[in-house]
Write a protein of this length. Structure first.
Length: 317
């Protein structure tokens, strides 16, 4: 399905150096803030007190969050747990204050606002658990990266695999750079969003790479730059439809999802926007500079693979 069709190829690769210089500057700035400021890790990674509170009626999460914040606890996570009447509260570690003291202070404040508040359980999450979660998260990220490289190398060519991984890591580092610069809380849902962006970004790269392979089969008189420009131009309508619909859903979570989904949706929003940018201007350009050519993608094969007049050659996106 196409909302519109562009009849002349847009010369994206003519300005590839400018776009990639901008990307490099943004990437280096993100790395600087990651090392200079670091990530503001949530309770899951740093340890803290975990409380489960039950109400006799659907809980007012904003009221709960306001009551706890007034006690001086910063970066408090408040969310429903199971039902609308059950609330899960995560409190960061405070020097000189034990987990029991924290939970007693919070319960006293909650019962002042609503007498039906009752403690279900409270437990302390040690920093060693946070270290384990951080390690597991890095392993998950590394596994995704290796899996993507193997997939692209087998489906296309190693130059595409290298280009896609550089572009995808560019997206991940920039997301982390935003969180480091603004000191937004980095939690497990944000880590899940980062992993989702990796998959989402590589999907856009695969669509473009697939069209490049198809156009190498169809247009034998075009050079590599022209093939890439034509491939990106021909997939613009699909990109606008797909990413536009996804971005509307993510923005709805960002605007109406409340504090629980705020940073998750924010990470997705940044990732989707930079994912489009990197797939078009970073991945395709790096593949071009690595010397991708027709012989890398069209090797022998049947007449269907080499006939430039065959309208059904290649993938249909």
């Amino acid at each position: 399905m196409e909302f519109f069709k562009i009849h002349r190829d847009i010369p994206f690769m003519r300005h590839a150096i400018i776009f990639n210089v901008v990307s490099l500057i943004t990437f280096l700035a993100a790395v600087f803030f990651l090392f200079h400021r670091g990530l503001h890790l949530s309770v899951e990674f740093t340890g803290g007190t975990l409380m489960e509170v039950a109400y006799s009626h659907p809980a007012d999460l904003d009221g709960v969050r306001s009551a706890v914040t007034k006690l001086g606890f910063n970066d408090v996570q408040v969310q429903n747990f199971g039902t609308a009447r059950d609330v899960l509260i995560r409190l960061p570690v405070q020097k000189g204050v034990s987990s029991a003291q924290q939970s007693n202070q919070v319960m006293a404040a909650l019962q002042t606002v609503d007498a039906s508040a009752a403690m279900r359980r409270t437990e302390f999450v040690g920093p060693q658990v946070g270290d384990e979660l951080a390690t597991d998260g890095l392993k998950a990220l590394a596994s995704v990266v290796v899996g993507i490289m193997l997939y692209l190398a087998m489906r296309f060519e190693w130059k595409f695999a290298v280009a896609a991984i550089i572009a995808n890591m560019h997206d991940v580092v920039i997301i982390l750079g935003f969180f480091a610069f603004f000191q937004w809380e980095f939690s497990l849902p944000v880590l899940a969003a980062v992993l989702a962006v990796l998959g989402y970004s590589v999907n856009e790269s695969v669509v473009i790479f697939d069209r490049i392979r198809e156009n190498f089969r169809r247009y034998r008189k075009m050079n590599t730059m022209q093939i890439i420009d034509s491939s990106i131009t021909s997939t613009i309508s699909r990109t606008i439809i797909t990413h536009g619909c996804t971005q509307m859903m993510v923005l709805s979570m960002l605007l109406f999802g409340g504090a629980t989904l705020h940073y998750f949706a924010l990470a997705l929003t940044i990732g989707i926007l930079f994912g489009i940018y990197s797939s078009v201007f970073v991945a395709a350009a790096i593949a071009m500079w690595l010397g991708i050519k027709r012989e890398d993608l069209v090797k022998g094969g049947s007449k269907k693979d080499t006939d430039p007049n065959d309208p059904n050659a290649g993938a249909t996106v």
